[in-house]
Design a protein around this ligand. Structure first.
Ligand code: NDP
Ligand code: 8X3
Length: 261
């Protein structure tokens, strides 16, 4: 039998870059991975949130570097992430839905934001970090997709298209990076209560809260736990595609709503 040290990575020497760490899934993931011993690089646009996250991680004895930038800017991504060394794990999490309308009524500014962030931002970050992993001959990229990546739904055409792109990219990236020993995992949640719906409805908190009426949604911590599991698996093993939903949801169109206890 191999001993534990042969099976499990040595977390004390690992460094994780997490995009969109100011809120929701990304923030929870940064805290969970810091607790595992990862040296965290946390990114997002809101500097004060990043500073608070760093303070929380450092207060618990962890290490955290913060970088504030917009993933839609290729120049900012290259300038700020280009100098980073030793990234073992990239969590491509930054993303959003904006608007919920039929295709004939959608706001093209919302469409641009979703495609530029969810697809092009993910690509810019990956293009900057992946070559370092290839050179090192190891690494793990975790892309946060969605059930919307395989289930297009009414009023969500462009968000669903962006997550279909993430699904396609995850599969193709896995093939591209296979020979280099870089693993690619896609995590595809259903309903998770974060700031996601507030952002989708442009700050309308009441409308956002109604999305979760009668449902106990997943939490950012639930998704972080799944990410922590996949990154701790033996190096010989990869989770390609992991779909997670609340117990009250079976798909984009199937949710059982009950009064909350
Ligand atoms: P939140 O709105 O809580 O978090 C989104 C994060 O993305 C924030 O940290 C935000 O940081 C960051 N972000 C958004 N736009 C940009 C940008 N242009 N540049 C840099 N960072 C950006 O939502 P979630 O935690 O729910 O979302 C995280 C991911 O999970 C997204 O990709 C989303 O599509 C996906 N997802 C969410 C589900 C849900 O039900 N909540 C279900 C399935 C997938 P800042 O604003 O500070 O820049
Ligand atoms: C976020 C969840 O409901 O838009 O990806 O598919 S949903």
């Amino acid at each position: 039998m191999p001993d534990q040290a042969d099976i499990y990575p040595t977390f004390m020497e690992k460094r994780a870059l997490i995009t969109g760490a100011t809120s929701g899934i990304g923030r929870a993931t940064a805290l969970r991975l810091a607790a595992l011993g990862y040296d965290i690089v946390a990114t997002g646009r809101r500097t004060e949130r990043l500073a608070a996250l760093r303070a929380q991680i450092e207060a618990a004895g962890g290490r955290c570097t913060i970088l504030a930038f917009d993933v839609r800017s290729e120049e900012e991504v290259r300038r700020l992430l280009g100098p980073l060394d030793g990234i073992d794990l990239l969590v491509n999490n930054a993303g959003l839905a904006a608007g919920l309308e039929h295709i004939d009524a959608g706001d093209t500014a919302d469409w641009d934001a979703m495609i530029d962030t969810n697809v092009k931002g993910l690509l810019y970050v990956t293009r900057t970090i992946a070559p370092k992993m290839v050179a090192a001959g190891r690494g793990h990229i975790v892309n946060i997709g969605s059930i919307a990546g395989t289930e297009p739904y009414e009023n969500g055409a462009v968000y669903c298209a962006s997550k279909h792109a993430v699904h396609a990219l995850s599969q193709a990236m896995r093939a591209d990076l296979l020979a280099a020993g870089v693993r690619v995992t896609e995590i595809r949640p259903g309903m998770v209560e974060t700031e996601f719906s507030q952002v989708r409805f442009h700050g309308d908190r009441e409308r956002a809260a109604r999305v979760y009426d009668g449902v106990e949604p997943l939490t950012g911590d639930d998704i972080a736990e799944a990410i922590a599991w996949v990154v701790q698996l033996p190096a010989r093993m990869n989770v390609n595609d992991l779909v997670l939903m609340p117990a009250q949801q079976a798909g984009a169109y199937y949710t059982v709503r009950k009064p909350r206890p």
